[in-house]
Design a protein around this ligand. Structure first.
Ligand code: ADE
Length: 257
């Protein structure tokens, strides 16, 4: 299978390159599962200072990224894909004004052959870049200095879904099984740490009971920490019983219960 191609338009290619050399992403590059192409809009400037931004029309503080070198960078990446008879990338603009990125977007984007992330910097981007994009995504309701960190988050969350990504098979199956709820609490040795002990049920060896405990804890955590997610869940009869048993007696199910 051809590698998933991630293309980036950024004035900080070294930021992306260092992140993509480390850990599982680095391994995925080595094994040819993913590939990266970074271009800087600076390569496409014509003035001696290689400026990629300019003062806003209409006045105001801050600078605006110019549409000209950004467009040239996107078109350069498309031309490269054409020259290699590869499909052109799906163009994504990173902006806090975009649609909020979620796991469902990671799943959708991971199915595409190539993604182009266009990273803005400074206070904004000339609005005329927007018609060149397939979509606009935000990492969340906060403002970063630029799109690079957001792009990296989207790269990591899509790459880990690719078939063949090391270690993803069993864990992805579990994740899809528990879609929409937060993770249950996990423990490893030692059994006691500063007075906190591992829940007895996890030492019981009773797999059905452990599964019940984990599901109950995942539901409780979601209700507590993310009421917005909890409200969107469709609870089964067993789920409601697990919550009710906690609400009556706020303890994990005891072994043999
Ligand atoms: N650029 C600046 N802030 C951002 C955000 N929250 N998401 C995506 N790109 C951004």
């Amino acid at each position: 299978m051809s590698p998933m191609r991630y293309e980036l338009v950024t004035i900080f290619p070294e930021l992306i390159e260092s992140a993509t050399r480390a850990g599982l992403l680095g391994k995925a590059v080595e094994t040819g599962l993913v590939e990266f192409r970074c271009v800087s809009p600076r390569q496409f400037t014509t003035d001696k200072h290689q400026s990629v931004d300019d003062a806003p029309y209409g006045g105001g503080s801050g600078m605006v990224m110019s549409v000209v070198p950004l467009t040239a960078a996107c078109e350069h990446l498309d031309a490269e894909a054409d020259a290699r008879s590869q499909p052109r990338a799906h163009r994504i603009l990173l902006t806090p004004a975009g649609k909020r990125f979620e796991q469902a977007d990671a799943e959708r984007l991971a199915k595409l052959p190539a993604l182009m992330f266009v990273c803005g910097r400074y206070e904004g981007i000339d609005d005329r870049l927007r018609p060149l994009m397939h979509e606009e995504l935000s990492l969340g309701d906060f403002v970063l200095n630029g799109g690079e960190v957001a792009a990296l988050a989207m790269i990591e969350s899509t790459a880990r879904l690719l078939p063949g990504m090391i270690g993803n098979d069993a864990s992805l199956h579990e994740e899809s099984h528990s879609a929409g709820v937060l993770e249950y609490p996990q423990f490893t040795r030692p059994r006691e740490f500063r007075g906190q002990t591992v829940p007895e049920v996890l030492l019981s060896g009773n797999h059905a009971l452990i599964a019940r405990y984990r599901r109950q804890q995942a539901l409780l955590r979601t209700r507590e920490q993310r009421p917005d997610l909890f409200a969107r869940l469709t609870l089964s009869k067993e789920d409601r019983a697990l919550l009710a048993s906690f609400d009556e007696k706020p303890e994990p199910p005891a072994p043999g219960a």
